[in-house]
Design a protein around this ligand. Sequence first.
Ligand SMILES: C[S@@+](CC[C@H](N)C(=O)[O-])C[C@H]1O[C@@H](n2cnc3c(N)ncnc32)[C@H](O)[C@@H]1O
Length: 363
Amino acid sequence: MDTPLAAEIRELIAADGPVPVSRYMALCLGHPRHGYYMTRDPFGTGGDFTTAPEISQVFGELLGIWAASVWDSCGRPSPVRLVELGPGRGTLMADLLRAAGALPAFHAALDIHLVETSPVLAARQRETLKGAPASWHADIGTVPPGPTILIANELLDALPVRQFAMTPKGWRERVIGLADGRLAFGLAPDPVPPEIIPEHLRQAGPGAVYECCPAFEALCAALSRRASDAPLAALFIDYGHAGSAHGETLQAVKGHGFVDPLAEPGEADLTAHVDFEALGRAARAAGLAASPISTQREFLFGLGLASRAEALARANPAAFETVRSGVERLVDPSPTGMGALFKTIVLHESGTAIPVIPERITP
Ligand SMILES: C[S@@+](CC[C@H](N)C(=O)[O-])C[C@H]1O[C@@H](n2cnc3c(N)ncnc32)[C@H](O)[C@@H]1O
């Protein structure tokens, strides 16, 4: 299907030449009129994909426990900015706030900020959270300073990546150009500066592909600024790998299946697996500390998944099967299951020990 965005990108390439994969991804997701996230609510069975908070309320509730524990270990600041990046339908935040209600002092301290680029989803979040005092931002830079607890589930995979391919002549950047008038992958002619490729991957064999996410640097710089005069803990959860490796992970998803990333620009979700080691490196380069990387399975069990799911099922026996299947999906340990493929990391100001998996806190 020729989409309005495909026509615009072809014109752009015809005028200015091939574009890096990162530019293509940024246009597909964020083009002001035709970008994927600008025009739709993509969640649920009738949409393109689903996410952990849409699968089970336990996910957001456990993140509420994590946030309360971090708040406790930072000396219970009030107010504390609770920031979510890329809040989707607002489901995670709603579940988190419900769980936070069990600790009234924490709930009362929360000053809620949602950072969202999609007007359609921001409207949906307002609906989900109606009644909860919250502010919306297009960028983290406008969230007022102060002690911060930040969460982001499946945000990082939407940040544009650059791709580099090893050729017989050395590393070259992958670009998108035109072949017979259609969008097609190609390679930029210039050599890639060696420092872009991690040292242990520089000698990879021909055909290897390395991806990097330039936005990590700006994100970590923004977090570091926030952490310069107040406590900060930022939890990122996403699918990806714990160690920088080569391999292509750019993927397009539509109607719960994979499609060709060049076939329907603006009509399919376009993501890449997150390189958590690279995020940790960017954090440390910005003066932050990074926790060890855990799998989602380890993280959720560590937060008390089993007892929370049991309590939920006991409170509503009719929902037992729904609770069980949702929770099993979140912690599925098979290599492509959410429990193993999804990883977590906490970035925080250096010099403090933020509990990645917290101790029990008392009200
Ligand atoms: C895959 S959804 C995840 C939604 C939600 N966190 C969840 O778990 O259901 C990605 C979210 O990030 C938002 N988003 C994409 N790029 C963004 C950016 N650069 N800054 C802030 N939000 C962004 C999307 O509009 C959407 O709300």
